[in-house]
Design a protein around this ligand. Structure first.
Ligand code: GLY
Length: 355
């Protein structure tokens, strides 16, 4: 087992190890008080792991309640958020009780935002069961729900009390969901960790525990410097501005990981065109992404992508930051005037052989 401590506005541990689902009650008891635990999960994870976590929680004296949503991004909505708050109130959950997010980023983000706002804040635990949630969304305290007007538009920075990752849960993931997480892992390699990038050229499963730990450590170090996303944390958005634009243009039929994968390729090509990195760097990024069976091309135009990117919450005034690689393991944040964005994206698409 590997334990990584995060010292942000809250200090907490991220535990990573096979079989830890059976220890979740122990970690809950050590880090959160209370009598009741509300486990928020989805209708797929429920059948796979709920009873294991429930048993462990009961063993440590908790009364267990369940709030279930449908699997998928569409569940991260205001209706489920309000329903969860009402459920907590109806069940007389108090400030000393706690919420447990069991599943991927959707139960994680929804639970975290409910925990941040119910009674002005109660304890919560993350038990991520997807690679993406393990390496990204369960750590660092970004919580949010989607509004009709856009993704993640209402949320809070609110750190969990503890995170428990059991890599055995990855065995039940469909290949495309696992690949989504791989896109985020590749991202960490490109932005800050050349060695990790090269580890990914070997099969990932046999080294999954150390890879998850490496990503969590990178994220921990970034969050500890910039919890509220004003500076260096923006590096974690490598591939995301264009990736989100691709997701939005596809009406979310393109997954987050696929969008980010294409976004990283386009960003790398923009970087080459600006003379920030050599062509070989962009080629290496694209090769690794292809090796994980992730897409590297989009049919959307620069105009379509630019329009979506400009309504992204990461825009600030008359400019938008893009994260561009200088080499594997080193990226820079570049402010692009919004008036130039379409041209910049079209250069990235053209160099990538799009359209
Ligand atoms: N997922 C990006 C971040 O936590 O900042």
């Amino acid at each position: 087992m590997i334990t990584i401590q995060v010292n942000a506005s809250k200090t907490y541990d991220v535990h990573i190890g096979n079989g830890l689902l059976d220890q979740t009650g122990k970690y809950a008891r050590e880090t959160m008080g209370g009598e009741k635990v509300v486990i928020v999960t989805d209708d797929i994870v429920d059948g796979l792991y709920f009873s294991q976590v429930e048993d462990s929680m009961k063993q440590y004296g908790y009364q267990v309640l369940k709030f279930m949503i449908r699997n998928g991004e569409q569940s991260k909505n205001t209706k489920n958020y309000i329903a969860l708050l009402n459920f907590l109130a109806q069940q007389k959950v108090t400030r000393s009780d706690c919420i447990v997010a069991l599943g991927g980023g959707v139960p994680g983000d929804l639970s975290g935002f409910a925990a941040a706002t119910y009674l002005r804040g109660i304890s919560y635990m993350q038990i991520p069961t997807t690679l993406l949630a393990m390496v990204d969304s369960s750590v660092g305290g970004k919580t949010a729900i989607d509004l009709e007007t856009g993704k993640n538009l209402a949320g809070a920075f609110y750190q969990p009390n503890v995170v428990v990752c059991d890599p055995q849960t990855l065995n039940s993931l469909p290949d495309h969901v696992f690949a989504d997480g791989c896109a985020e892992v590749i991202k960490y390699g490109v932005i800050l960790d050349e060695e990790l990038f090269y580890w990914l050229r070997s099969p990932i499963i046999p080294q999954i525990e150390r890879i998850i730990a490496r990503c969590v450590k990178i994220k921990r170090d970034i969050v500890m410097q910039d919890e509220h996303d004003h500076g260096v944390r923006q590096l974690l958005n490598f591939g995301h501005t264009i990736g989100h634009a691709i997701e939005a243009n596809s009406n979310f039929t393109v997954s987050h990981g696929s969008g980010v994968a294409i976004g990283m390729c386009i960003a790398a090509k923009i970087s080459v065109s600006k003379g920030l990195c050599v062509k070989q760097c962009a080629e290496e990024i694209e090769e690794l992404i292809c090796a994980y069976h992730l897409p590297v091309r989009t049919g959307f135009t620069a105009q379509q992508l630019c329009l979506s990117a400009l309504s992204d919450k990461k825009r600030s005034g008359s400019s938008i930051n893009l994260i561009l690689p200088e080499r594997i393991g080193c990226c820079v944040i570049r402010s692009i005037p919004v008036d130039d964005l379409e041209k910049v994206i079209s250069v990235g698409l053209a160099n990538a052989g799009h359209n």
